[in-house]
Write a protein of this length. Sequence first.
Length: 371
Amino acid sequence: MRILIAPDSFKESLSAKEVALALKPGLEKALPDADFDLMPIGDGGEGTLDALAENLNLEKKTVKIPHAYTGDGSVPYASNGQTAIFEMAAVCGLEQVPKDKRNPLCITTQGVGELIVHLVKSGISDFIIGVGGSATNDGGIGMAYGLGYRFYDSEGRELEPIGANLGHVKKVSSKNKLDLSNVTIRLITDVDNPLCGLNGATYIFGGQKGLSPSQVKKVDQNMAQFYQGFAPEVPKLAGSGAGGGMAAGMVAFAGAEIKSGIDFVLDCVDFDQRVKTADLVIVGEGRMDNQSLSGKAPVGVAKRTPSAISVIAICGSLKNDLPDFPVGGISAAFPIIGQLGDLDQILSSAKENLYRTGLNIGNLIKLSQSL
């Protein structure tokens, strides 16, 4: 039996590679004769850099960016001198911001623009940027500020480039923006949500970033108002709501192109060839919910898996808004949480819980083979 293990990262807990490495020993103990193909993946959020760097033969590096939220401002990227990959989550991701300081309207994405400027000046002309996992909801204006754009209110006063000020912007200046005419930017997104509306960035993702329910409607209206005046076609694009509207901002301010993150990554890791030899595919993410059905990694992998090969999901938790399985090409899904505890305790126990779940599923597979 050959098992392809292709998980995404478990947000705020384990990288995709760590998840795959934690699952294998449990499965291997129950199924000692099985062969394993570990394929950690990303879909535009955390883990995308690791998934792509090796397959595209890019060297991993770090650079200090003033407006990054890491402890020392260091941000990882990968490059071969012409092409560069980075994740916006490495600059302003949810994991970078302490829980008591999470406020998507006050956290800037300026560091993303600063990183682009640094890389362009170092000779990069081709970008692959993972857009997902952000702690922000600014429509990308912070990033644009980092590129040299400036924003003004009705009195001509310059505005700080944060989500809280979107509703006050009356003028945008591109006088000092970075010249990107010879630069290609491909955005790989982990969702296909539009920018605004009930299925947009604010309504769907604002709550998990710290927005209260009473704020959502007004914040969404401000986002829509800004883009109606600046780039009215952009909010309609599938995926423009990714990264708190960073995808929309990249298109509007930097001429970027949005691509499905999971399909892009699967192409790069030669998934279609590797899955042909598999008898079972295991996918996973930190929390699977109804939103996972809209382009995120587990369902993206399942859709690319031949129908004769079974796909199961192993996740940190399963939200009750999911329909009954099978759905989205996934036959069954298993949460790994074995006992009640506070969130920090559950996150810190992920490796042990993955091992145990892998062992139990392996035992179940062995049992089914004997029937």
